[in-house]
Design a protein. Structure first.
Length: 244
């Protein structure tokens, strides 16, 4: 069975290998490139996702595919000293950078765990909230990931997926395509000396399910009250679902 690596079709093992290579390559410049590519807007999008999730002190939160931990840093302030945030990622280089930065900032209510999102090493009904910010599109078996996320959430628990999505009008879509395919890879080459990795990231966005499809997939996995919120005209969307 083949899977998409950007626009290319490869085997499951090859996709996993290549995705890990991409994130190992971009780890040193990942935070800077996020700021440059989104003009800093990714920070506002993440704050908005936390705001509408209503995370509060004492809760246990999983930041899945959390990368270098910028979302974890915001979440750990919300849960306070009586709560806990687990930063989880499959890529070791990203995870180490995130863990070290959080420790340098003095965070003492976080843990960092290297995990495969398709086989989470947590007991059922562990988390009040689960976030995936800009990592869901890189996962090979998204149906398995959704099943696992539902399993580890507590009853009443909430899942938030923040991800690039489909612009809602043709003018915006054309402008976004031009920026994505003509500007972003060049920025990757200039700043990170890695054009190919950012070419993949652009292509992976185009292969990601649109808003309605992802909503349907979450409902099929067993999430309830699923809804989505478009940001920047649908270039980014937040999907939210609950476990009953």
């Amino acid at each position: 069975m083949t899977h998409h690596f950007g626009f290319e079709k490869v085997s499951e093992q090859e996709k996993t290998k290549r995705v890990q290579s991409v994130f190992s390559n971009v780890a040193p410049s990942y935070d800077l490139m996020n700021d440059v590519m989104s003009l800093g807007l990714h920070r506002l999008w993440k704050r908005h996702a936390i705001l509408i999730s209503n995370v509060h002190p004492g809760q246990v939160v999983l930041d899945l595919a959390g990368g270098t931990g910028d979302l974890t840093a915001l979440l750990q302030k919300k849960v306070g000293s009586t709560g806990q945030v687990i930063l989880a990622d499959l890529n070791n280089e990203m995870l180490v950078r995130g863990r070290d930065r959080l420790l340098d900032q003095g965070a003492n209510n976080i843990s960092a765990v290297q995990v495969n999102a398709e086989e989470l090493p947590f007991q059922e009904c562990t988390f009040n909230h689960l976030f995936i910010a800009f990592g869901f599109r890189n996962m090979t078996h998204q149906d398995k990931v959704l099943d696992e996320c539902l399993r580890v959430l507590k009853p009443g628990g909430q899942m938030m997926i923040l991800e690039f999505s489909k612009p809602q009008n043709s003018f915006l879509e054309k402008a976004y395509d031009f920026y994505s395919f003509n500007i972003l890879p060049k920025l990757g080459e200039l700043i990170a000396n890695d054009k190919n990795s950012y070419q993949y990231l652009v292509e992976s966005i185009r292969m990601h399910p649109n808003q309605k499809t992802l909503k349907n997939n979450m409902q099929a996995a067993g999430f309830n009250e699923v809804e989505y919120f478009n940001l920047l005209g649908g270039i980014v969307a937040i999907h939210r679902g609950f476990k009953t």
